[in-house]
Design a protein around this ligand. Sequence first.
Ligand code: SF4
Length: 405
Amino acid sequence: MRARYLRPINFFVIFRPFKPIIYFMKYFIQTFGCAQNVADSERIAAYYQARNYKLAKDFSDADVGIINTCVVRQQAENRVYGLVKNLHKLKKKKPNFKIVVTGCLVGAAAREPSGRRMYDLHKRLPQVDEFLPIEEVGFEYQAIRNDATHALVPISNGCNNFCTFCIVPFSRGREHSRPFAEIVDEVKHLVKAGFSQITLLGQNVNSYGADLVKDNQSYKLPDKRIVKPVMVKHLGRQRIPTLFPYLLETISQIKGIKKVDFISSNPWDFSDELIEVIAKNKNISRILHLPVQAGDDVILKKMNRWYTQAEYVKLIEKIKKAIPEAKFTTDIIVGFPGETKAAFNQTVKLVKKVKFERAYIACYSPRTGTAAAKVMVDDVPHEEKKRRFHQLDRIINFWLRPDTK
Ligand code: SF4
């Protein structure tokens, strides 16, 4: 990790007669976005603590303020700009206060080959002392977890799918899997430290390991078993080799693990072998997050999602047959370019059919650099997006609202 003002010793001693006082530098992190960002912040905390920094109560108590950003929606990005502005006021009162910005905003800018986005970012946020690409924070320190029994464990980073609305392949880059043995070792270490619940994290967990196996050759697991990677089949075509079913099973069978779940998985990489592993191992969560994004086949195609509504429903039925107690949560985008009322009604039809436990619904907003932002017109008015959002929210999430409990 490169950091201009981080020094190996980040404390100083104030000598007072007969009573020296040691002052430790303090950091504070604000995290926006998904569980992957939360896990990244836990590693950032470990990095600072390894350099003798202490956790501050809030930004005003800190010497370094770190903002871990999310750019998945415009709203999330705007919140970052607002926060930097507020921290700038703090900087005026505390001139030594440093602002560090990391996460997807920096990732998207750093990966843009012309350097234009990075230049624009520096220009837009001159108050920031450092833009830190998250890859520079490695896995060499044990993350400082926010919970005493439940741990988030990243297994991969980035994505190769390029859904047309999604900034992730640009902000986090291509999919990169952590070594199998390293993940297993981390979980064993967590169990020893008292953790019993694990969430495996990745943008597309069920394609985990595609970059670890060569040409579908055999792979040696840490327990010395030699296995053939699972070839995910989609619409009868072989897609990618993956080790995820093996990884999930290995983690679930570590002594002391009471519950394992995983986010996020893609419908088209949900293999039969994965279903079998979940069915066999009762400590794997029965609540499965399976982002559908839309119910209309034309919109799904425009989104570069590789299934139709009928295929998605077929997958749900297949999982339910093998795991009758399975329940589903999902992600949905409303107001994608070209989503007519009839197309939206297909999403309504789908959610009524599947009866999701919960849905994370978002109004579409174009993200710079994505295919949708480049070639499609954001033609659904904002009011209509909101109406569609509330209609779905009423159907799926009504039981979550306080007045219906
Ligand atoms: S699979 Fe998920 S992370 Fe990857 S591009 Fe699609 S929506 Fe984004």
